[in-house]
Write a protein that binds this ligand. Structure first.
Ligand code: NAD
Length: 455
């Protein structure tokens, strides 16, 4: 990524040059006039050094002039030690629980809250009380009441809280929004948005993995699709008025377990070799998503370690015999201001991920898949294709969210350094609005009713 940015002195300025497409065509993002040169790096403490804590922490490794990680709280000792080593954190600033961080007087500008969903509220409130700025993973909290309490304290303390609605920072969605709001296809009439989770990703995260139980974490509309309702609303730039949802868990259930299958894929399952959800296939033969296993560094030991995990952790269990309850398909209809409508579908059973969006306008039509989008103008009957796959998207191999992950960090660092929330698009105020859409969608699904959305 660095080669596409601007370096002035020792400070890297990730301006619009980040957003050249693969063929070098000028893209898309105007220079951010609010960016300023940093006098010193922003300092942060990471609470939760799992997958996301490392995505954000790695930014500090790449751009030490902008961000320094000075503390960590993580109960998994392997992760804790690896994170401390990576960021050169002294023992005195390594903790096993987020609570211990706040027993010390404030020792950084900010905290990064990348703990599990149900552990966002308490650390965020404590951080705000102690005067830290915050990078807060979504969901803000599993409860509307707690979301509103965080908003209230943020406003009272005047701290910076950026919610990790990373799609708002992806060049693809930024450009889509700009085209929609500048009238390129006339007045927006309606939208269709699809979130194809991909069947393996679904089985990994929402059947076997961290979010398999909606009551212990959050319902999938919040856990996964809060990004989608958020970008829909953000791109339209309109308030949502009503929402209606349907969805259920149809496939990953005991009654669909094939004859001959066992509790674990490693137990001699008779259909393992032809099951698309086989844990042996996904994690061992294809080595997908093995980052959850904290594997030993030595390659020769990794195979055995994966097999051990499959014999002992949820990741080796049969997808039809989990105690999961997340919907595997979820449909919502949304009414926005001025009669604009949108449909949103979350689908588990697709061969690929990557959001797909269609926008119907009075003078044209727009369709995109996160790598490119096409505009058809009814007045000229001509189409134009924009390629938006940015060269840096693959830089971070672990889900860059269309380049949004690190662009969010970059804007957040500037917001903290300048103490200016206008650097951010996913402020706590803006993010809560789309969270409320999710809460209302889930209530609609559960009560079989159309819900009004009141902010
Ligand atoms: N913005 C996005 O696109 C995005 C993508 C994935 C996950 N998330 C969210 O990020 C958060 C973290 O997800 P993840 O995938 O990194 O999960 P993870 O399980 O990899 O990481 C969470 C870490 O928090 C640690 N933890 C648990 N209790 C703790 C405590 N008391 N104090 C400190 N640390 C504690 C866990 O040991 C774990 O290492 C979740 O809320 C998730 O929904 C956001």
């Amino acid at each position: 990524m660095k080669q596409f940015g601007i370096t002035i002195g020792t400070t890297f300025f990730p301006f619009s040059l980040w957003a050249k497409n693969e063929t070098g065509e000028p893209l898309i993002l105007p220079d951010n006039p609010l960016y300023k040169r940093l006098a010193k790096p922003v300092t942060a403490i990471t609470l939760g050094a799992g997958a996301r804590g490392n995505v954000y922490g790695d930014y500090a490794i790449e751009y030490p002039e902008q961000l320094t990680i000075v503390g960590v709280a993580e109960p998994n000792m392997l992760r804790n030690e690896r994170y401390a080593t990576k960021h050169n954190i002294p023992d005195s600033d390594c903790f096993t629980n987020w609570k211990d961080v706040f027993k010390k007087p404030k020792f950084a500008d900010a905290v990064i809250i990348s703990t599990p969903d149900q552990l966002h509220y308490d650390p965020c409130i404590e951080a705000l009380r102690q005067g830290y700025d915050v990078l807060l993973e979504k969901p803000i909290s599993p409860s509307e009441e707690e979301c509103r309490a965080i908003l209230e304290l943020t406003q009272k303390t005047g701290r910076i809280v950026a919610v990790c609605h990373v799609l708002r920072y992806a060049p693809y969605f930024i450009k889509l929004r700009e085209l929609m709001q500048s009238g390129t296809i006339g007045e927006i009439i309606s939208m269709q948005h699809l979130e194809p989770i991909d069947h393996v990703h679904m089985s990994h995260s929402y059947v076997r993995g961290n979010w398999h139980n909606s009551k212990e974490t959050t319902p999938i509309i919040l856990a996964k699709s809060c990004h989608d309702l958020d970008v829909l609303k953000w791109m339209l730039g309109k308030d949502s008025k009503k929402i209606q949802a349907f969805g259920n868990l149809k496939w990953f259930k005991k009654e669909n377990a094939p004859p001959g299958s066992k509790e674990r894929c490693t137990d001699g399952c008779a259909v393992e070799y032809k099951c698309p959800y086989s844990a042996l296939k996904i994690y061992h033969r294809e080595q997908q998503r093995t980052y959850v296993f904290d594997l030993p560094k030595e390659k020769r030991k990794q195979d055995d370690a994966i097999l051990d995990y499959l014999k002992t952790s949820d990741y080796g269990r049969c997808v039809y015999r989990m105690d999961n309850d997340q919907c595997d398909h979820y449909t919502t209809n949304i009414l926005f201001d001025d009669g604009v409508t949108a449909t949103f579908n979350m689908e588990a059973f697709t061969p690929w991920g990557g959001r797909r969006t269609r926008v119907m306008g009075s003078m044209g039509y727009l369709e995109g898949d996160m790598n490119k989008f096409k505009i058809h103008d009814f007045r000229t009957n001509k189409s134009k294709t924009y390629k938006t796959k940015t060269t840096d998207v693959d830089h971070y191999k672990n889900e860059g969210h269309g380049g949004g992950d690190w662009r969010l960090v970059s804007d957040w660092i500037q917001a903290v350094a300048q103490h200016n929330p206008n650097l951010l698009t996913s402020t706590i105020e803006a993010s809560i609005e789309s969270h409320i859409m999710c809460f209302m969608a889930e209530e609609s699904r559960l009560t079989n009713s159309v819900m009004e959305i009141k902010m």
